[in-house]
Design a protein around this ligand. Sequence first.
Ligand SMILES: Cc1cc2nc3c(=O)[nH]c(=O)nc-3n(C[C@H](O)[C@H](O)[C@H](O)COP(=O)(O)OP(=O)(O)OC[C@H]3O[C@@H](n4cnc5c(N)ncnc54)[C@H](O)[C@@H]3O)c2cc1C
Length: 414
Amino acid sequence: MKDLVEIAVIGGGPAGMMAAARAAELGAQVVLIEKNNKLGNKLLLTGKGRCNFTHYELDIRKFAERFGRKGRFLYSALSVFGVKEVIDFFDSRGVKAQIEQGDRVFPEKGTAQDILNILIKYLEENKVNILLNSEVLDLQINNNNFKLLLKNKQLNAKRIILCTGGKSYPQTGSTGDGYIWAKKMGHTIIHPVPALNPVKTEESWVKDLQGLSLKNVALFLFQKGKKQDERFGEMLFTHFGISGPIVMDMSKKIGELLKNGPVKLILDLKPALSFSQLDQRVQRDWREFRGRKFKNSLKKLLPLSMIPVVIRLSGIDPEKKVDYIDREERNRLVHWIKEMKLTPSGLLGFNWSIVTSGGISLKEVNPDTMQSRKVRNLYLAGEILDLDGPSGGYNLQACWSTGYLAGEKAVDQN
Ligand SMILES: Cc1cc2nc3c(=O)[nH]c(=O)nc-3n(C[C@H](O)[C@H](O)[C@H](O)COP(=O)(O)OP(=O)(O)OC[C@H]3O[C@@H](n4cnc5c(N)ncnc54)[C@H](O)[C@@H]3O)c2cc1C
């Protein structure tokens, strides 16, 4: 058959690049097809351009647990190409790993571009035929092979590794195309929704805090008075609401709960102090600031941009001298610092979601090979699968692991 390639990998993101290069390294004839004019568009955005390329958790079970119950699907892939292997892979090619706060792993020096360069070199060394500007318009089963329809040509392949990603940040090329073909070929698609997504909030004062980043705060999620989730760490105020790691990690749950009704967030700005300890702390500060106005008395306690907002929320006259603030007023202040209420109105959506939750049902993919249980010679890897982890390098690791295993097993089938 004309133009029959051994393995066609669709999608030049982290999973596709890893799958294509590994298959070629094992001797297969591989073509990697990418719709953009360059590989790894989304990869370049990761970790704010620094690429948090894995998470330092060497225990496979503990790593997989962070993906929830579905995480078990990753056991085989992680045991073949896990966190240590990924760190060694990049290290041996010139990018040393640095373990940062929260066990996030970044390049010690350099950026996401350096990670991408290593992958491109890995592809080139192994003679992968890279087709850029080559959007796949349709993928069909054709006798025992696959037919790929591109804009100006048709390709035939014996085996396919489908790595078109999810639907997040569609501006990078991930527009969910793979779901459509997989569905046509008999796969179940678990409805894709945005995850690791900034959260819109109703409160108008949030805008005044735009750009303020908070460390070591606690965030609690409630629905109908019942606590649904809690997180501790970093968050950020934006012009529309809130973002940052703890918000992103909670966003999927917020999105799910909002379908059933309103939810509340409670932000504790001083989780290390109990209410009474914070009250004592305020009193101590105010003894020091005796004779000063309330508006000038919170500098030691709160970030500067937060002070006017907390003053407004507390309802205490900013001009009042601290000496005259009574116990009830002080209580109100302490409550706002420990229980700042925020009302989520929705998520920002796919355009700003770091990953997609949902995708190709894991029940229909063999976790030991990444081969489809529905379609022979079809392999799946990366974010296209119904698997999403928290922020911190988990999602890229899942792409490296599943991509590598898919590449290896697609060759095994020879
Ligand atoms: C802003 C941002 C920051 C992030 N930071 C991190 C981080 O620091 N750490 C981490 O672990 N994760 C991070 N992620 C998540 C991570 O980038 C993704 O999980 C990962 O890129 C998914 O890889 P993938 O190969 O499965 O898919 P993608 O990276 O989405 O790649 C899919 C590729 O397929 C191509 N494609 C799609 N359709 C077609 C078609 N029809 N024809 C041809 N090609 C097609 C696309 O153009 C794209 O290049 C971040 C994501 C974003 C958006």
